[in-house]
Write a protein of this length. Structure first.
Length: 157
């Protein structure tokens, strides 16, 4: 009797490294959401008292904290999207994850040279980039037509 789901044989199993990467993205998401919430709450504390009593620079700091908080929270949500895409082996997830980590590392370098290094975020980003480029991870995100076959040795040239 033929297999009722022939496409199931064509699906690639999720490498364990992809699960680890998705877990790192969840960790990154939680960190970014926490930092975003801290920045927004910090701005809220500044505005909770009489806003007219603040100087222009203090008001600007509150605006900056709010904007940073929203940006970090947005990056946290994007990290969650990347984690879900990677975990479900979506084709777009690999490129999305690399792009997101490129942005994260760029911001990390700017922060580093600006005197406020975020070492944990940079280490997580580097780990994700290295793991995404592992030989057993990349094939899980490639499109392979049912008729395609690998040459001897199992690698595309």
């Amino acid at each position: 009797m033929p297999d009722p789901k022939p496409s199931a044989a064509l699906k690639l199993a999720r490498p364990s490294a992809v699960s680890v990467i998705a877990g790192l993205y969840v960790l990154q998401c939680l960190i970014l959401l926490a930092v975003g919430a801290f920045e927004i709450l910090n701005a809220g504390i500044l505005w909770s008292e009489n806003p007219r009593a603040f100087s222009a620079s203090e008001k600007m700091q509150a605006y900056e904290n709010t904007a940073l908080g929203i940006a970090f929270a947005g990056l946290g949500l994007l990290s969650l999207v990347a984690a879900l895409g990677l975990f479900t082996l979506r084709r777009w997830a690999w490129l999305f994850a690399l792009t997101l980590e490129g942005f994260t590392l760029t911001v990390g370098l700017v922060d580093y040279f600006g005197g406020a290094p975020a070492y944990i975020e940079m280490i997580i980003a580097i780990l994700i980039v290295v793991m995404l480029n592992q030989e057993d991870v990349q094939p899980a995100f490639r499109i392979q037509e049912p008729g395609d076959s690998l040459p001897p040795g199992g690698k595309h040239v």
